[in-house]
Design a protein around this ligand. Structure first.
Ligand code: URP
Ligand code: ZN
Ligand code: ZN
Length: 459
């Protein structure tokens, strides 16, 4: 017995066509006409789009930061994901100082196991480097299914690593078939600017973006691309926020460097006007890199359209406004950095990208599902609708209109940066490996079904 989704329009990164999809067990087994077998269950999806389940490769669930921890854990975070049409996430497992990578990974597995409503993998964020850690990269990628690591060029004295470590990690990763993801901001520049603003008594969230200027991102992007080039390695730039940084990436891509870049809905849709001088509400938007001037947004959309930006992920890293963000009421540098968004990625990109024609529906699928799956070793199991792929399918109702609000969200955080944004289209039904997990826009009853994904080596 199978399930047939009948009458929908299939969208992949390259195609748009009407056909039925037959699911058996966890897999898509047939696409076409007259594929229904006698015992099959039929779901009529006439008039709707069939999208591959979204793949969000940048989340931080259950992440300790300072003396707090992100508002969303793997349960609430993945409930938000699935309701928004994302069926796979890759979260940043993080090595804290003194930990081996094995200890860090064991810690993250304990947080996620049995808690996830979507399938999940891990990157490994490395904050301390020595010969033993370098050796563990081979184990991570060959035995533990973790084929990407992350390094931070910012957050001095916390997560930041220097050029020596960046270079060594790039060389080692290249040997092991591992992709290096990098947070690109010049942490030393930022450290000094933060010190200067604080010493002047300028402590409102308004000063957060001033302490992290575009040049801090631009310089770091240039530097990591140079280091990767010298190491003959590819590199993946996370949460790119500005046109200046994009230009650096474009130049490198045009020279033939293997550079991937990701941006996020917040940089496409929100801007620095959210940092008001007089209201602490701005703390809701304290993220790094910070929101930029609006004029950057058109360049980022164009970058997606042109294939110069490869991925849209969320960098979901949620903190409640009351009780967490307000730790920085008298000092912006104490505001935990990050915003929620895992639930809203597809809806926002569809509404503000596809509907006004900034990106095509195929580009939408490409940057939210296909490319992230390809870059991070999950394709073709994830990221497309094809026979043999996991039956992760979103039935997308193009006619639905709604308004985003904190009150209506699944994410367990007391605000949304997209409050009041209109959304067109929604995930009406969602299938995860052949099982219906969202029905008519509601989460189905039952235990979390997400499984850990061992990812392929990246060459
Ligand atoms: O502000 C942000 N982006 N917080 C999450 C951690 C990171 O830098 O990715
Ligand atoms: Zn970052
Ligand atoms: Zn992040």
């Amino acid at each position: 017995m199978g399930i047939v989704l009948r009458g929908g329009t299939i969208v992949t990164a390259v195609d748009y066509y009407k056909a039925d999809v037959r699911i058996e067990g966890e897999k898509i087994v047939a696409i076409g006409k007259e594929i229904i077998l006698p015992e099959d269950i039929i779901l009529d999806v006439e008039g709707h789009l069939l999208l591959p389940g979204g793949v969000d490769v940048h989340t931080h669930f259950d992440l300790p930061v300072g003396n707090t921890v992100t508002a969303d854990d793997f349960t609430s975070g993945t409930q938000g994901a699935i309701m928004g049409g994302t069926t796979t996430i890759i979260d940043y497992a993080t090595q804290f100082k003194g930990q081996t990578l094995k200890e860090a990974l064991t810690n993250w597995h304990a947080k996620a196991q049995g808690a996830c409503y979507v399938d999940y993998g891990f990157h490994m964020a490395i904050t301390e480097w020595n010969d033993d850690i370098a050796e563990e990269i081979g184990w991570l990628s060959q035995s533990a299914g973790v084929t990407s690591i992350k390094l931070y060029m910012a957050y001095k004295n916390l997560l930041q690593v220097d050029d020596d470590i960046l270079f060594q990690a790039l060389v080692k990763s290249k040997q092991c078939g591992v992709l290096v993801c990098v947070h690109c901001e010049n942490g030393d520049m930022i450290y000094n600017l933060v010190k200067r603003y604080r010493s002047q008594g300028n402590v409102a969230p308004y000063y957060h973006p001033l302490s992290r200027p575009i040049v801090a991102e631009e310089e770091a992007v240039y530097r990591i691309i140079a280091l990767a080039h010298a190491a003959q390695s590819s590199v993946y730039i996370v949460h790119l926020s500005s046109n200046n940084a994009l230009q650096v990436v474009m130049n490198a891509k045009c020279r033939g460097n293997r550079v991937y870049a990701e941006t996020c809905p917040q940089y496409l849709l929100l801007d620095e006007s959210f940092y008001s001088k007089d209201h602490f509400e701005s703390a809701k938007y304290v993220i790094s890199p910070p929101l930029r001037k609006k004029e950057n947004q058109d360049f980022l959309w164009q970058g997606l359209h042109d294939g110069m930006l490869d991925v849209v992920a969320t960098d979901h890293c949620s903190f409640n406004f009351h009780g967490q963000k307000d730790a920085g009421l008298h000092d912006f540098s104490m505001i935990p950095n990050g915003i929620p968004g895992v639930e809203n990625r597809l809806g926002l990109l569809y509404t503000y990208g596809v509907v006004p024609g900034k990106i095509s529906i195929n580009t939408f699928v490409n940057v939210t599902a296909t490319q992230p799956a390809k870059i991070f070793g999950l394709f073709p199991r994830k990221g497309t609708i094809a026979p043999g792929s996991d039956a992760d399918i979103v039935v997308w109702d193009v006619n639905d209109v709604s308004v985003i609000s904190a009150q209506a969200q699944q994410q367990r955080v007391d605000y949304t940066p997209y409050e009041g944004f209109q959304q067109k289209g929604k995930a009406l039904h969602v299938f995860l490996r052949g099982q219906q997990v969202v029905q008519n826009g509601n989460l189905c009853d039952g235990d979390p079904q997400g499984i850990y994904l061992l990812r392929k080596l990246i060459r």
